[in-house]
Design a protein around this ligand. Structure first.
Ligand code: NAD
Ligand code: GLY
Length: 350
């Protein structure tokens, strides 16, 4: 089955979800009128699995491809790697008509997106997600970022891709844990927006389907179209992320993004139940689903430690921190909490 979700943000683009798409990426790119060079950015793991396939497709459509391979893992979202990629583009004489193609997970996509937004003040960007998480979340919506020692995603831009090509076949090689991390983001969409999706996720067979990916992408599209710059509604996509980013930071990024978000959703939902914001059933059904996918349902960090991490997050606005709290499965709201109340709220969720 083939799905195409059109995003009408500051740039209009299609998210195409289809099996075997990596063999057709060159042809899809020519449909945009693209010509010239492609910088295929990928990590070492994905390079060994999928680069040759994508490069062959680009070559057969007349593109000259150069490859920039980063070590896999969050540490590649660094200022050093960003500069190295920008210099690689310059050394290879990339011009404003050339293209950066991000083949990989969210790390590759975030780094490539930021480089594409900065190089010559913006060159064409194609996202080619190979993790479930990147497919349902990071490849769509235009957030790009790197981490700096002071915090995660603290340096970034809004830069929409010109095309997103999602070949669902690539999920077949994902380690189970990485696959599950994508499930955490899908569960997030269920809790904040789509109660029916939440129910569908109790069937594990549904998850890697093109239909499931398209459903999540459509939710993200709906939200991004209404609030591209993250000024209001889009913040609901940060459910679980305020605590999650703190967990990532406190673990020195040894806890992955998806696992941290899962733990963050559990902590905030438990705290929300105890604060009277949502019924107990919201928490019990969330925990059941997280357990089904082998995801964490809590954290070893204390409320005091989590507060330290949370205060370094970019969801801080002056003296308040934004938390997304569920009201019931399928609906949520933003709560701005004064910084001196964070510890008390988070402690309820531990
Ligand atoms: P990732 O890119 O590190 O990929 C996870 C691991 O899977 C890596 O080791 C990678 O080499 C491997 N991998 C990727 N595709 C594979 C495949 N098909 N087969 C086998 N192995 C494969 O991490 P991720 O979970 O995709 O993304 C997490 C990152 O995304 C974080 O940095 C997070 O901050 C960011 N993120 C960004 C947004 C956004 O809107 N920009 C949204 C959510 C997350
Ligand atoms: N992943 C959160 C967002 O795109 O806003």
């Amino acid at each position: 089955m083939s799905f195409c979700v059109r995003v009408n943000a500051s740039k209009q683009y299609d998210v195409i979800i289809r099996r075997g798409l990596l063999n057709e990426c060159g042809r899809e790119l020519t449909k945009l009128g693209a010509r010239g060079k492609i910088c295929l950015v990928t990590d070492d793991t994905v390079d060994a699995l999928y680069s040759a396939r994508a490069a062959a497709s680009f070559a057969s459509s007349g593109f000259e491809t150069v490859k920039f391979v980063i070590p896999h893992g969050e540490r590649s979202k660094s200022a050093e790697m960003l500069i190295a990629l920008l210099r690689f583009l310059a050394e290879n004489d990339f011009t404003g008509s050339d293209t950066v193609a991000a083949l990989g997970g969210g790390v590759t996509g975030d780094l490539s997106g930021l480089a594409a937004s900065l190089y010559r003040r913006g060159v064409r960007l194609v996202q080619m997600p190979t993790t479930l998480l990147a497919a349902v979340d990071s490849s769509v919506g235009g957030k790009t970022a790197i981490d700096i020692p002071e915090g995660k995603n603290l340096v970034g831009s809004f830069y929409q891709p010109s095309l997103v090509l999602c070949d669902v076949d690539a999920f077949s090689t994902l380690p189970e844990t990485v696959f599950s991390e994508g499930c955490a983001e899908m569960i997030k969409y269920g809790v904040i927006y789509d109660a029916e999706l939440f129910s569908l996720l109790s069937d594990k067979a549904y998850v890697p389907s093109e239909e499931a990916v398209a459903r999540c992408v459509s939710i993200k599209r709906d939200v991004v179209e209404k609030d591209e710059r993250d000024l209001g509604l889009r913040r609901i996509l940060n459910f679980g992320h305020t605590v999650g980013h703190a967990i990532e930071l406190l673990s020195d990024y040894t806890v992955s993004h998806g696992n941290a978000v899962a733990a963050g959703m559990a902590v905030v939902t438990k705290a929300s139940v105890k604060s009277g914001f949502c019924p107990e059933e919201c928490y019990t059904s969330l925990i059941k689903l997280l357990e089904l996918y082998g995801l964490p349902t809590g954290t070893k960090h204390s409320a005091e430690e989590l507060k330290t991490g949370i205060l370094r997050d970019k969801k801080r606005f002056g003296d308040t921190i934004s938390f997304i709290v569920p009201e019931k499965i399928g609906s949520c709201r933003e709560m701005k909490l004064p910084t001196d109340k964070i510890e008390e709220f988070v402690a309820k969720g531990l």
